[in-house]
Design a protein around this ligand. Structure first.
Ligand code: IMO
Ligand code: MG
Length: 429
Protein backbone atom coordinates (compact mmCIF):
# COMPACT_ATOMS: atom_id res chain seq x y z
CA UNK A 1 0.00 0.00 0.00
CA UNK A 2 1.72 3.18 -1.17
CA UNK A 3 -0.85 5.85 -0.35
CA UNK A 4 -3.46 5.88 2.37
CA UNK A 5 -5.84 8.65 3.32
CA UNK A 6 -7.06 9.28 6.87
CA UNK A 7 -10.26 11.29 7.06
CA UNK A 8 -12.85 12.35 9.64
CA UNK A 9 -16.07 10.35 9.50
CA UNK A 10 -18.31 12.56 11.65
CA UNK A 11 -18.43 16.31 12.43
CA UNK A 12 -14.71 16.69 13.05
CA UNK A 13 -12.59 16.19 16.17
CA UNK A 14 -12.71 12.42 15.79
CA UNK A 15 -9.07 11.98 16.79
CA UNK A 16 -7.47 12.24 13.35
CA UNK A 17 -4.28 13.69 14.85
CA UNK A 18 -3.99 10.77 17.23
CA UNK A 19 -4.54 8.20 14.46
CA UNK A 20 -2.20 9.93 12.00
CA UNK A 21 0.50 10.14 14.68
CA UNK A 22 0.10 6.42 15.25
CA UNK A 23 0.25 5.43 11.58
CA UNK A 24 2.98 7.94 10.69
CA UNK A 25 5.54 5.77 12.43
CA UNK A 26 5.63 3.55 9.34
CA UNK A 27 5.43 6.15 6.58
CA UNK A 28 7.80 8.50 4.74
CA UNK A 29 5.47 11.44 4.15
CA UNK A 30 2.38 12.96 5.72
CA UNK A 31 0.43 15.47 3.62
CA UNK A 32 -2.41 17.68 4.86
CA UNK A 33 -4.85 18.07 1.98
CA UNK A 34 -7.72 20.37 2.99
CA UNK A 35 -9.05 22.87 5.49
CA UNK A 36 -6.91 25.39 7.29
CA UNK A 37 -6.23 26.34 10.87
CA UNK A 38 -9.89 25.72 11.70
CA UNK A 39 -8.54 22.20 12.31
CA UNK A 40 -7.21 21.28 15.72
CA UNK A 41 -5.37 17.96 15.75
CA UNK A 42 -4.22 16.88 19.18
CA UNK A 43 -1.15 14.68 19.36
CA UNK A 44 0.29 13.36 22.61
CA UNK A 45 3.78 11.97 22.18
CA UNK A 46 7.33 12.15 23.49
CA UNK A 47 7.34 15.96 23.10
CA UNK A 48 4.21 16.41 25.19
CA UNK A 49 0.73 17.46 24.04
CA UNK A 50 0.32 19.59 20.92
CA UNK A 51 -2.76 21.03 19.27
CA UNK A 52 -1.66 21.19 15.63
CA UNK A 53 -3.67 23.39 13.28
CA UNK A 54 -1.68 23.42 10.04
CA UNK A 55 1.47 21.35 10.49
CA UNK A 56 0.81 17.69 9.55
CA UNK A 57 0.60 15.29 12.50
CA UNK A 58 3.67 13.33 11.27
CA UNK A 59 6.06 16.08 12.41
CA UNK A 60 7.15 14.22 15.56
CA UNK A 61 8.92 11.44 13.61
CA UNK A 62 12.40 12.24 12.28
CA UNK A 63 11.93 10.20 9.07
CA UNK A 64 8.69 11.86 7.99
CA UNK A 65 8.55 14.69 5.46
CA UNK A 66 5.48 16.79 6.26
CA UNK A 67 3.77 18.62 3.43
CA UNK A 68 1.05 21.25 3.66
CA UNK A 69 -0.67 20.44 0.39
CA UNK A 70 -2.21 22.68 -2.26
CA UNK A 71 -5.71 22.06 -0.87
CA UNK A 72 -4.95 23.74 2.46
CA UNK A 73 -5.54 27.43 3.22
CA UNK A 74 -2.69 28.88 5.26
CA UNK A 75 -2.73 31.73 7.72
CA UNK A 76 1.00 32.61 7.63
CA UNK A 77 1.05 34.27 11.07
CA UNK A 78 -0.54 31.22 12.70
CA UNK A 79 1.69 28.82 10.79
CA UNK A 80 4.81 30.71 11.91
CA UNK A 81 3.49 30.65 15.47
CA UNK A 82 3.00 26.90 15.25
CA UNK A 83 6.48 26.34 13.80
CA UNK A 84 8.00 28.45 16.62
CA UNK A 85 6.09 26.54 19.26
CA UNK A 86 7.27 23.19 17.86
CA UNK A 87 10.87 24.40 17.68
CA UNK A 88 10.69 25.71 21.23
CA UNK A 89 9.88 22.16 22.35
CA UNK A 90 12.78 20.71 20.40
CA UNK A 91 10.79 19.37 17.44
CA UNK A 92 12.74 19.47 14.17
CA UNK A 93 10.68 21.39 11.59
CA UNK A 94 13.24 21.28 8.79
CA UNK A 95 11.21 18.51 7.08
CA UNK A 96 8.20 20.77 6.67
CA UNK A 97 7.26 21.73 3.12
CA UNK A 98 4.54 24.10 1.93
CA UNK A 99 2.93 23.76 -1.50
CA UNK A 100 3.35 26.90 -3.57
CA UNK A 101 -0.25 26.39 -4.71
CA UNK A 102 -1.75 26.58 -1.20
CA UNK A 103 -3.97 29.64 -0.75
CA UNK A 104 -3.23 32.23 1.91
CA UNK A 105 -5.61 33.56 4.50
CA UNK A 106 -5.41 37.34 4.36
CA UNK A 107 -6.53 39.82 7.06
CA UNK A 108 -9.74 40.56 5.12
CA UNK A 109 -10.69 36.87 5.20
CA UNK A 110 -10.70 36.65 8.99
CA UNK A 111 -12.38 40.05 9.26
CA UNK A 112 -15.12 39.10 6.78
CA UNK A 113 -15.65 35.69 8.44
CA UNK A 114 -16.58 37.53 11.66
CA UNK A 115 -18.70 40.16 9.90
CA UNK A 116 -20.59 37.52 7.90
CA UNK A 117 -21.30 35.58 11.09
CA UNK A 118 -22.64 38.71 12.80
CA UNK A 119 -24.82 39.47 9.78
CA UNK A 120 -26.35 35.99 10.05
CA UNK A 121 -27.45 36.82 13.60
CA UNK A 122 -29.49 33.95 15.04
CA UNK A 123 -28.67 31.84 11.99
CA UNK A 124 -24.89 32.09 12.52
CA UNK A 125 -22.99 28.97 11.43
CA UNK A 126 -20.71 29.03 14.45
CA UNK A 127 -17.56 29.13 12.32
CA UNK A 128 -14.11 29.16 13.88
CA UNK A 129 -13.72 32.72 12.50
CA UNK A 130 -10.40 31.74 10.96
CA UNK A 131 -11.36 33.11 7.52
CA UNK A 132 -12.06 29.68 6.03
CA UNK A 133 -15.31 30.48 4.19
CA UNK A 134 -13.93 33.70 2.65
CA UNK A 135 -10.57 32.20 1.60
CA UNK A 136 -12.09 29.21 -0.22
CA UNK A 137 -14.73 31.47 -1.79
CA UNK A 138 -11.89 33.63 -3.16
CA UNK A 139 -10.08 30.55 -4.42
CA UNK A 140 -12.95 29.56 -6.70
CA UNK A 141 -13.73 33.20 -7.51
CA UNK A 142 -10.13 33.42 -8.79
CA UNK A 143 -9.26 36.20 -6.36
CA UNK A 144 -6.90 34.22 -4.15
CA UNK A 145 -3.29 34.85 -3.21
CA UNK A 146 -1.16 31.74 -2.94
CA UNK A 147 1.95 30.75 -1.01
CA UNK A 148 3.99 30.93 -4.22
CA UNK A 149 3.01 34.60 -4.62
CA UNK A 150 5.02 35.38 -1.48
CA UNK A 151 8.17 34.56 -3.45
CA UNK A 152 7.54 37.30 -6.02
CA UNK A 153 7.01 40.66 -4.31
CA UNK A 154 5.90 42.53 -7.45
CA UNK A 155 3.28 39.92 -8.29
CA UNK A 156 2.14 39.91 -4.65
CA UNK A 157 1.73 43.68 -4.69
CA UNK A 158 -0.32 43.80 -7.87
CA UNK A 159 -2.60 40.88 -6.91
CA UNK A 160 -3.13 42.29 -3.44
CA UNK A 161 -3.84 45.77 -4.81
CA UNK A 162 -6.62 44.67 -7.14
CA UNK A 163 -8.22 42.26 -4.64
CA UNK A 164 -8.04 44.73 -1.77
CA UNK A 165 -9.86 47.39 -3.81
CA UNK A 166 -12.81 45.04 -4.02
CA UNK A 167 -12.55 43.89 -0.38
CA UNK A 168 -12.33 47.47 0.88
CA UNK A 169 -15.42 48.40 -1.13
CA UNK A 170 -17.27 45.54 0.58
CA UNK A 171 -15.91 46.45 4.02
CA UNK A 172 -16.77 50.13 3.77
CA UNK A 173 -19.99 50.04 1.72
CA UNK A 174 -21.64 46.80 2.84
CA UNK A 175 -20.38 46.34 6.39
CA UNK A 176 -19.70 50.03 7.10
CA UNK A 177 -16.31 49.36 8.72
CA UNK A 178 -12.89 50.95 8.07
CA UNK A 179 -10.86 49.89 5.04
CA UNK A 180 -7.62 47.92 5.37
CA UNK A 181 -4.28 49.39 4.39
CA UNK A 182 -2.62 48.01 1.26
CA UNK A 183 0.86 49.05 2.38
CA UNK A 184 0.49 47.48 5.83
CA UNK A 185 -0.74 44.14 4.53
CA UNK A 186 1.84 44.12 1.77
CA UNK A 187 4.72 44.75 4.16
CA UNK A 188 3.40 42.24 6.67
CA UNK A 189 3.08 39.52 4.01
CA UNK A 190 6.54 40.34 2.60
CA UNK A 191 7.92 39.62 6.08
CA UNK A 192 5.99 36.35 6.28
CA UNK A 193 7.29 35.52 2.80
CA UNK A 194 10.90 35.98 3.91
CA UNK A 195 10.40 33.64 6.85
CA UNK A 196 8.37 31.02 4.98
CA UNK A 197 10.41 31.05 1.74
CA UNK A 198 12.65 28.12 2.78
CA UNK A 199 9.56 25.92 3.14
CA UNK A 200 7.66 26.89 -0.02
CA UNK A 201 8.08 24.79 -3.17
CA UNK A 202 6.34 22.81 -5.87
CA UNK A 203 5.17 19.64 -4.10
CA UNK A 204 3.46 17.50 -6.73
CA UNK A 205 6.74 16.42 -8.33
CA UNK A 206 8.10 15.70 -4.91
CA UNK A 207 5.16 13.41 -4.13
CA UNK A 208 5.37 11.59 -7.45
CA UNK A 209 9.10 11.11 -7.05
CA UNK A 210 8.42 9.59 -3.63
CA UNK A 211 5.81 7.29 -5.18
CA UNK A 212 8.32 6.15 -7.83
CA UNK A 213 10.75 5.28 -5.07
CA UNK A 214 8.08 3.19 -3.35
CA UNK A 215 7.71 5.50 -0.36
CA UNK A 216 4.65 5.29 1.86
CA UNK A 217 2.52 8.42 1.89
CA UNK A 218 -0.25 9.26 4.33
CA UNK A 219 -2.81 11.92 3.38
CA UNK A 220 -4.17 13.65 6.49
CA UNK A 221 -7.69 15.03 6.36
CA UNK A 222 -9.18 17.84 8.41
CA UNK A 223 -12.74 18.38 9.63
CA UNK A 224 -15.26 15.58 9.07
CA UNK A 225 -17.50 14.18 6.34
CA UNK A 226 -20.69 15.73 7.76
CA UNK A 227 -19.07 19.18 7.42
CA UNK A 228 -18.48 18.62 3.69
CA UNK A 229 -20.01 21.33 1.46
CA UNK A 230 -21.62 18.66 -0.78
CA UNK A 231 -22.46 15.79 1.54
CA UNK A 232 -22.59 17.48 4.93
CA UNK A 233 -25.39 19.30 6.73
CA UNK A 234 -25.43 22.23 4.30
CA UNK A 235 -25.26 25.17 4.97
CA UNK A 236 -23.87 24.22 8.41
CA UNK A 237 -20.64 23.01 6.88
CA UNK A 238 -17.08 24.13 6.31
CA UNK A 239 -15.82 25.44 2.97
CA UNK A 240 -13.36 22.83 1.72
CA UNK A 241 -14.02 19.15 1.30
CA UNK A 242 -12.93 16.81 4.11
CA UNK A 243 -13.76 13.71 2.03
CA UNK A 244 -11.38 11.03 0.80
CA UNK A 245 -11.95 12.30 -2.75
CA UNK A 246 -10.53 15.63 -1.75
CA UNK A 247 -7.25 13.96 -0.72
CA UNK A 248 -6.55 13.49 -4.41
CA UNK A 249 -7.38 17.08 -5.39
CA UNK A 250 -5.61 18.58 -2.41
CA UNK A 251 -2.30 16.88 -3.18
CA UNK A 252 -2.13 16.04 -6.89
CA UNK A 253 -2.15 12.26 -6.39
CA UNK A 254 -4.63 10.53 -8.70
CA UNK A 255 -7.54 8.62 -7.12
CA UNK A 256 -6.31 5.30 -8.53
CA UNK A 257 -3.09 5.71 -6.57
CA UNK A 258 -4.85 5.90 -3.21
CA UNK A 259 -5.12 2.32 -2.08
CA UNK A 260 -6.55 2.62 1.40
CA UNK A 261 -8.92 5.00 3.16
CA UNK A 262 -9.24 5.03 6.95
CA UNK A 263 -12.22 6.85 8.44
CA UNK A 264 -11.76 8.05 12.01
CA UNK A 265 -14.87 7.91 14.20
CA UNK A 266 -15.40 8.49 17.87
CA UNK A 267 -17.28 5.79 19.77
CA UNK A 268 -19.91 8.52 20.26
CA UNK A 269 -20.70 11.74 18.35
CA UNK A 270 -19.65 15.34 18.88
CA UNK A 271 -20.27 18.55 17.02
CA UNK A 272 -19.07 22.15 17.52
CA UNK A 273 -20.91 25.06 15.99
CA UNK A 274 -24.49 25.21 14.73
CA UNK A 275 -26.55 22.76 12.70
CA UNK A 276 -28.57 19.63 13.33
CA UNK A 277 -27.20 16.68 15.29
CA UNK A 278 -29.94 14.09 15.82
CA UNK A 279 -28.25 12.18 18.65
CA UNK A 280 -27.27 15.24 20.70
CA UNK A 281 -27.79 14.68 24.44
CA UNK A 282 -28.77 17.80 26.33
CA UNK A 283 -28.79 15.94 29.63
CA UNK A 284 -26.41 14.60 32.25
CA UNK A 285 -25.24 11.79 29.95
CA UNK A 286 -24.09 14.35 27.36
CA UNK A 287 -22.45 16.30 30.17
CA UNK A 288 -20.72 13.16 31.46
CA UNK A 289 -19.26 12.41 28.02
CA UNK A 290 -18.08 16.03 27.67
CA UNK A 291 -16.34 16.07 31.04
CA UNK A 292 -14.84 12.57 30.81
CA UNK A 293 -13.47 13.11 27.32
CA UNK A 294 -12.76 16.80 27.83
CA UNK A 295 -14.83 17.70 24.79
CA UNK A 296 -13.82 21.33 24.34
CA UNK A 297 -12.60 22.67 20.98
CA UNK A 298 -8.82 22.55 20.39
CA UNK A 299 -9.12 25.63 18.16
CA UNK A 300 -11.78 27.77 19.84
CA UNK A 301 -12.19 26.23 23.31
CA UNK A 302 -15.96 25.98 22.77
CA UNK A 303 -17.75 23.11 24.57
CA UNK A 304 -18.61 20.39 22.07
CA UNK A 305 -22.13 19.05 21.75
CA UNK A 306 -22.06 15.34 22.69
CA UNK A 307 -24.34 12.41 21.93
CA UNK A 308 -24.60 8.71 21.09
CA UNK A 309 -23.06 7.14 17.99
CA UNK A 310 -25.15 7.95 14.93
CA UNK A 311 -24.96 4.91 12.68
CA UNK A 312 -27.24 6.43 10.00
CA UNK A 313 -24.84 9.35 9.48
CA UNK A 314 -21.82 7.06 9.82
CA UNK A 315 -23.04 4.54 7.23
CA UNK A 316 -23.49 7.45 4.82
CA UNK A 317 -19.97 8.57 5.62
CA UNK A 318 -18.60 5.07 4.92
CA UNK A 319 -20.30 5.21 1.50
CA UNK A 320 -19.29 8.67 0.31
CA UNK A 321 -15.66 8.09 1.29
CA UNK A 322 -15.45 4.48 0.15
CA UNK A 323 -13.83 3.59 3.46
CA UNK A 324 -11.56 0.57 3.73
CA UNK A 325 -11.79 0.57 7.50
CA UNK A 326 -12.72 2.52 10.59
CA UNK A 327 -10.37 3.72 13.32
CA UNK A 328 -12.56 3.96 16.42
CA UNK A 329 -11.38 6.40 19.07
CA UNK A 330 -12.36 7.11 22.69
CA UNK A 331 -13.93 3.73 23.31
CA UNK A 332 -12.69 3.98 26.91
CA UNK A 333 -15.00 6.94 27.55
CA UNK A 334 -17.82 4.43 27.95
CA UNK A 335 -16.00 2.53 30.73
CA UNK A 336 -18.44 2.37 33.66
CA UNK A 337 -21.49 3.25 31.57
CA UNK A 338 -24.29 0.82 32.53
CA UNK A 339 -25.44 0.77 28.90
CA UNK A 340 -24.57 2.34 25.55
CA UNK A 341 -26.84 3.35 22.70
CA UNK A 342 -26.50 3.37 18.92
CA UNK A 343 -28.84 5.34 16.68
CA UNK A 344 -29.86 2.87 13.99
CA UNK A 345 -32.55 4.91 12.19
CA UNK A 346 -34.44 8.21 12.41
CA UNK A 347 -38.12 8.69 13.08
CA UNK A 348 -39.63 11.41 10.91
CA UNK A 349 -43.31 11.84 11.72
CA UNK A 350 -44.79 8.40 11.08
CA UNK A 351 -41.92 7.34 8.81
CA UNK A 352 -38.68 5.56 9.65
CA UNK A 353 -35.59 6.75 7.75
CA UNK A 354 -32.47 4.67 7.47
CA UNK A 355 -30.74 7.08 5.07
CA UNK A 356 -29.08 10.36 5.94
CA UNK A 357 -31.23 13.14 4.44
CA UNK A 358 -29.72 15.91 2.27
CA UNK A 359 -31.94 18.61 3.72
CA UNK A 360 -31.14 20.10 7.14
CA UNK A 361 -34.79 21.08 7.61
CA UNK A 362 -35.64 17.37 7.43
CA UNK A 363 -32.69 16.34 9.60
CA UNK A 364 -33.72 18.84 12.29
CA UNK A 365 -37.05 17.04 12.60
CA UNK A 366 -35.51 13.57 12.80
CA UNK A 367 -35.72 11.78 16.14
CA UNK A 368 -33.14 9.08 16.80
CA UNK A 369 -34.25 5.47 17.13
CA UNK A 370 -31.86 3.71 19.50
CA UNK A 371 -30.66 0.24 20.08
CA UNK A 372 -29.38 -0.21 23.64
CA UNK A 373 -26.45 -2.49 24.44
CA UNK A 374 -25.01 -3.52 27.77
CA UNK A 375 -22.06 -1.49 29.04
CA UNK A 376 -18.78 -2.96 30.30
CA UNK A 377 -18.33 -1.26 33.67
CA UNK A 378 -14.55 -1.77 33.86
CA UNK A 379 -11.49 0.11 32.55
CA UNK A 380 -10.16 -0.96 29.14
CA UNK A 381 -7.21 1.47 28.90
CA UNK A 382 -4.58 -1.21 29.52
CA UNK A 383 -5.97 -3.74 27.04
CA UNK A 384 -3.99 -4.24 23.80
CA UNK A 385 -5.76 -7.21 22.16
CA UNK A 386 -9.28 -7.24 20.84
CA UNK A 387 -10.02 -10.65 22.33
CA UNK A 388 -9.18 -9.36 25.81
CA UNK A 389 -11.80 -6.62 25.71
CA UNK A 390 -14.88 -7.29 27.87
CA UNK A 391 -17.52 -9.14 25.85
CA UNK A 392 -19.86 -6.11 25.97
CA UNK A 393 -17.21 -3.86 24.41
CA UNK A 394 -16.58 -6.45 21.67
CA UNK A 395 -20.31 -6.59 21.01
CA UNK A 396 -20.47 -2.83 20.74
CA UNK A 397 -17.63 -2.75 18.18
CA UNK A 398 -19.07 -5.70 16.24
CA UNK A 399 -22.47 -4.02 16.07
CA UNK A 400 -20.90 -0.79 14.78
CA UNK A 401 -19.12 -2.76 12.06
CA UNK A 402 -22.31 -4.53 11.08
CA UNK A 403 -24.47 -1.45 10.96
CA UNK A 404 -21.97 0.86 9.23
CA UNK A 405 -20.94 -1.93 6.81
CA UNK A 406 -17.26 -1.32 7.49
CA UNK A 407 -14.63 -3.19 9.50
CA UNK A 408 -13.08 -1.56 12.56
CA UNK A 409 -9.32 -1.95 12.14
CA UNK A 410 -8.05 0.10 15.00
CA UNK A 411 -9.44 0.99 18.42
CA UNK A 412 -8.07 3.67 20.66
CA UNK A 413 -8.54 3.05 24.38
CA UNK A 414 -6.72 6.11 25.72
CA UNK A 415 -4.80 9.21 24.64
CA UNK A 416 -1.28 7.75 24.81
CA UNK A 417 0.41 6.35 21.71
CA UNK A 418 0.51 2.82 23.08
CA UNK A 419 -3.16 2.78 24.14
CA UNK A 420 -4.38 1.15 20.97
CA UNK A 421 -5.81 -2.15 19.83
CA UNK A 422 -5.17 -3.28 16.27
CA UNK A 423 -8.21 -5.37 15.55
CA UNK A 424 -8.41 -6.65 11.99
CA UNK A 425 -6.28 -3.89 10.60
CA UNK A 426 -5.09 -4.00 7.03
CA UNK A 427 -2.63 -1.22 7.76
CA UNK A 428 1.14 -1.68 7.69
CA UNK A 429 2.04 -3.61 10.84
P1 IMO B 1 -10.81 19.13 12.97
O1 IMO B 1 -9.84 19.00 11.83
C1 IMO B 1 -14.80 20.25 14.33
C2 IMO B 1 -16.81 23.50 12.19
C3 IMO B 1 -17.04 24.81 12.90
C4 IMO B 1 -18.34 25.27 12.26
C5 IMO B 1 -18.17 24.81 10.82
C6 IMO B 1 -17.71 25.90 9.88
O2 IMO B 1 -10.19 19.47 14.28
O3 IMO B 1 -11.70 17.93 13.02
P2 IMO B 1 -15.33 27.04 9.54
O4 IMO B 1 -14.46 27.81 10.48
O5 IMO B 1 -14.68 25.81 8.98
O6 IMO B 1 -15.93 27.91 8.46
O7 IMO B 1 -16.57 26.56 10.44
O8 IMO B 1 -17.21 23.76 10.84
N1 IMO B 1 -15.41 23.03 12.15
C7 IMO B 1 -14.94 22.00 12.86
N2 IMO B 1 -15.54 21.23 13.79
N3 IMO B 1 -13.54 19.99 13.98
C8 IMO B 1 -12.91 20.73 13.03
O9 IMO B 1 -11.69 20.43 12.57
C9 IMO B 1 -13.61 21.82 12.46
N4 IMO B 1 -13.31 22.75 11.53
C10 IMO B 1 -14.42 23.47 11.34
O10 IMO B 1 -17.17 24.62 14.30
O11 IMO B 1 -19.42 24.55 12.80
MG1 MG C 1 -10.09 18.98 16.22
Amino acid sequence: MAVMAVIGGQWGDEGKGRVVDLLAEKVDMVVRFSGGDNAGHTVIGPYGEFGLHLVPSGIFYPQVTCIIGNGVAINPANLLGEINELQRHGVDTSRLVISDRAHLIMPYHTLLDGLEEERRGGKALGTTRRGIGPVFADKVARLGIRAGDLLDKDALYSRLKSTLELKNAILTKVYLVSPLSLEEIYEQYCRYGERLAPYIRETTDMLHEALRKGNLILLEGAQGTLLDPDFGTYPYVTSSSPLAGSSSLGTGIGPMQISHVVGVFKAYTTRVGSGPMPTELRDEVGELIREKAHEYGATTGRPRRCGWFDAVASRFSVQVNGLSEIALTHLDIFDAFPSVKICTAYRLGDKVLDRFPANVGVLEKCQPIYEELAGWRGPIGEIRHFDELPIEARHYVARLEEITCCPVGLISVGPKREQVIKAKSMLPQ
